[in-house]
Design a protein around this ligand. Structure first.
Ligand SMILES: [Zn+2]
Ligand SMILES: [Zn+2]
Length: 369
């Protein structure tokens, strides 16, 4: 297969200058770029052909040999052209900078990635959840190394653009009809290599730090509530934004109050006499008051529920709203009675016309045996 004349390939005259040659090549390289001509074999050939022509004509020495001896002259001196795209990109990567996301600035932007978000679990008592609290929390996270500002390079030096991929982070290889793009083995996709690593972070650009912050937990939170603290997560890659910190709330069970949404439930033990006659029982409540005089109406039945308006939990969603408190009345029957109490209860039973005496005695006798 005979090779085309390099000047014809680029479409320039024999005395074209450096700039003209570069311009002509760039035009062709963009037109036949593999990213724009996926699977187009002819474009691939044209792309390679143009790269080879450019490689020769931009180089004074090679151009001179070519002008005098043609293709054979170069081959006789060991010039083989390019083996594949990887070769071409590593030689002329800079020529694409302004056009594709390859080179430095643009390439990095397209790879921007938000940092990892973190989770921190907080346990609260019901009372803390009621009032809301400020809690100081400490946690570990990856952070930008302050010594090298995240570059990973030691003092006074900067990362170098990876020579293998020209900062793309990817290399393209031809295999038969296919172009295979893979992570650059030299820089592991970073696009840059560190020649003089920062001693503080060993060139990672990141270090593990302990971070202490104050978290404001609003009143009314419940188990499963999450607070999102923006930018308190880990730093992003390639200049991407930081992740967030999610504070996940767990409210511990309370001994006296059970919670259902914004409402609270409690059990109020009263004697059977209090239930029968009616009375006032002092019970604890959350909030400024601290306690509350609950009215037990005369004739309250066991298990009856009394609602106390607005003595529940504050609502996280509805400002200045509070749930209700539901008090369940537990009627206690005395297990031990003294003689006087027995006499009184028997007298009471007689007023109700109940023949308890005989039966009670029988049960007593039975119980003793
Ligand atoms: Zn560092
Ligand atoms: Zn690389």
């Amino acid at each position: 297969m005979s090779k085309r004349d390099y000047y014809d390939v680029l479409g320039v005259s024999r005395n074209a200058g450096e700039n003209e040659i570069k311009k002509a090549y760039r035009k062709l390289a963009l037109e036949f770029h593999p990213d724009r001509n996926k699977g187009n074999k002819e474009a691939e050939e044209r792309f390679k052909e143009a790269a080879e022509a450019y490689e020769v004509l931009r180089d004074r020495e090679k151009r001179d040999i070519y002008d005098r001896f043609g293709h054979q002259g170069l081959e006789g001196r060991g010039f083989r052209g390019f083996s594949g795209f990887e070769d071409i990109f590593s030689s002329f990567g800079d020529i694409f900078d302004d056009f594709f996301g390859f080179g430095n600035s643009r390439g990095r932007k397209t790879r921007e990635k938000q940092g990892k978000s973190l989770r921190y679990d907080i346990e609260l008592s019901l009372k803390e959840a009621y009032y809301g609290i400020d809690r100081e929390i400490s946690f570990y996270r990856q952070d930008v190394c302050p010594e090298c500002n995240g570059s990973g390079s030691g003092f006074g030096s900067e990362p170098q653009i990876c020579p293998t991929c020209q900062g793309r982070g990817q290399v393209v290889r031809s295999q038969g009809f296919f172009q295979i793009s893979s992570t650059c083995p030299m820089c592991h996709g970073q696009g840059e290599i560190i020649t003089n690593p920062c001693s503080n972070c060993s060139g990672q650009g990141r270090i593990r730090i302990e971070r202490t912050i104050n978290v404001k937990i609003p009143p009314g939170v419940d188990t499963g509530s999450q607070l999102r603290l923006r930018n308190e997560g880990e730093p992003g890659d390639f200049g991407g934004p930081k992740g967030d910190l999610f504070v996940v709330i767990h409210v511990n069970e309370d001994r006296f109050f059970k919670r259902e949404g914004d409402d609270l439930l409690c059990e109020v033990p009263v004697s059977f006499v209090q239930a029968a006659l009616g009375s006032t029982v002092n019970i604890p409540v959350l909030g400024e008051d601290g306690d509350y005089d609950l009215d037990i109406p005369q004739g309250t039945q066991p298990g009856e529920i009394i609602r106390i308006d607005g003595k529940g939990m504050p609502s996280v969603r509805r400002y200045h709203k509070r749930g209700d408190l539901y008090a369940k009345v537990i009627v206690k029957v005395p297990q031990k009675l003294n003689q006087r109490q027995k006499d009184l209860l028997e007298a009471f039973a007689e007023t109700e016309g109940l023949a308890v005496t005989g039966r009670a005695k029988r049960w007593k006798a039975f119980g003793r045996k």
